[in-house]
Design a binder for this molecule. Structure first.
Ligand code: ATP
Length: 370
């Protein structure tokens, strides 16, 4: 089973109560985190949340004010960047424009004064890895954005670091190329059996590449979990809202019996029943969060046993693969429902102003208390 589920597993990278301040601004706030060997780990958060600072501290470009960082059992305090077994690939790629692809990839190896034959062999190996053998003699300006990105990747991997740090590595690529490259990155990581740490503000990217994600806000980690857990069982409104699209209904706990919790939401005729226990007490205000694809739409009343509310179609968005329906359920609540377009229909069967039922299963959403 996964190393993070094993309490005895030794972390490969560990941040222990790390704080980083710039003047009187706290960029990273008493943060602890364990990352395991061969993990593809993502730091995800909005601009300014401290994710790049985390990575720069690991690489040695910043020192923490408080706390310790360990890599493969070594305390990194005072270890200069070039002595750390971590290599960082920058967003700008920082390729040398006057050097060929080969020259760029060989640069770090030459600095380390490796024997010539070994450098040549390593460069060939790296170019093969990123499928750029045919471009060895070109200069960066003769390459596409995606190819430049792969040169930067080859250069970062050439010294065979124990950890590769990727700072928004795909930010400069267009959407299609970015999606392809995401899968190439995960293949590459699996092939090399290395630990990858990526910093991104793009939740889809984090979900696609990472084994686990840390969602950050204001210098703190809000949740660390697998992509599926982050999406299905967010631990807070912040995470629920940051990842994907979600419906959020404010409600009060009405009853709690064994496995299920009953919620009462203003304007709803029926209680919302959720197959989930909560630490909240009867009468407490909580939020019921449910993904739009888990909300069904129908003209007929749904079967007993599931949650349901009536609503009026307010807005429809056609996105090709799915359509998004917005339905006004109460004075304050507009629920989103996404419906997969599995057959070829130009006309939506449900249209503006239709009165519909919105329904969902008892195990389809989560109760959030913060
Ligand atoms: P982005 O995605 O925009 O790069 P980020 O989450 O990576 O955001 P960081 O670069 O880690 O954010 O920065 C966190 C905060 O610390 C920001 O508010 C930033 O302005 C501040 N900061 C970072 N480096 C410095 C510095 N050298 N001096 C002063 N403030 C800094």
């Amino acid at each position: 089973f996964a190393p993070w589920e094993n309490p005895d597993a030794k972390p490969f990278i560990e941040f222990r109560n790390v704080t980083k301040r710039f003047g009187d601004f706290t960029a990273v706030d008493n943060l602890s985190l364990k990352i395991y060997e061969r993990e593809f780990f993502a730091l995800l958060g909005g601009s300014g949340c401290g994710k790049t600072t985390m990575m720069r501290m690991l690489a040695g470009f910043e020192e923490p004010n408080e706390g310790e960082i360990f890599l493969d059992g070594q305390n990194l305090r005072g270890v200069p960047p070039y002595r750390r077994p971590a290599n960082m690939m920058f967003q700008s790629y920082a390729l040398f424009p006057h050097m060929t692809v080969e020259g760029n990839v060989a640069f770090g190896l030459k600095q380390d004064r490796l024997p010539k034959g070994e450098i040549e062999a390593r460069v060939q190996e790296m170019l093969k890895l990123v499928k750029l053998e045919a471009f060895a003699k070109r200069k960066p300006h003769q390459l596409s954005g995606g190819q430049r990105q792969r040169v930067a990747l080859a250069r970062s991997l050439a010294k065979k670091p124990k950890v590769l740090l990727l700072d928004e590595p795909l930010g400069a690529l267009d959407r299609k190329l970015r999606e392809e490259t995401q899968f190439e990155l995960t293949d590459l990581q699996a092939e090399l059996g290395m630990t990858f740490l990526i910093v991104t503000h793009d939740q889809e990217e984090a979900m696609t590449v990472a084994d686990r994600i840390a969602v950050m806000d204001k210098g703190r980690i809000i949740q660390v979990a697998t992509p599926a857990e982050i999406y299905e069982v967010p631990n807070s409104r912040f995470v629920a809202d940051f990842i994907g699209s979600i419906n959020m209904i404010e409600a009060k706990v009405a009853t709690r019996n064994g496995e299920a919790t009953h919620l009462r939401a203003s304007g709803f005729d029926r209680e919302i029943v959720v197959d989930q226990q909560t630490e909240a007490s009867v009468g407490d205000t909580v939020w019921f969060a449910i993904r739009p694809e888990k909300v069904r739409l129908s003209f007929d009343a749904p079967a007993d046993g599931c949650n349901a509310v009536q609503g009026e179609i307010w807005d429809i968005g056609y996105l090709g693969d799915v359509s998004i329906f917005h339905a006004k359920a109460t004075e304050d609540v507009v629920l989103k429902s996404t419906v997969a377009n599995v057959t070829r229909t130009v006309e939506r069967p449900i249209s503006w102003d239709d009165r519909v039922w919105l329904s969902w299963d008892r195990d389809a959403g989560v109760i959030l208390t913060r």
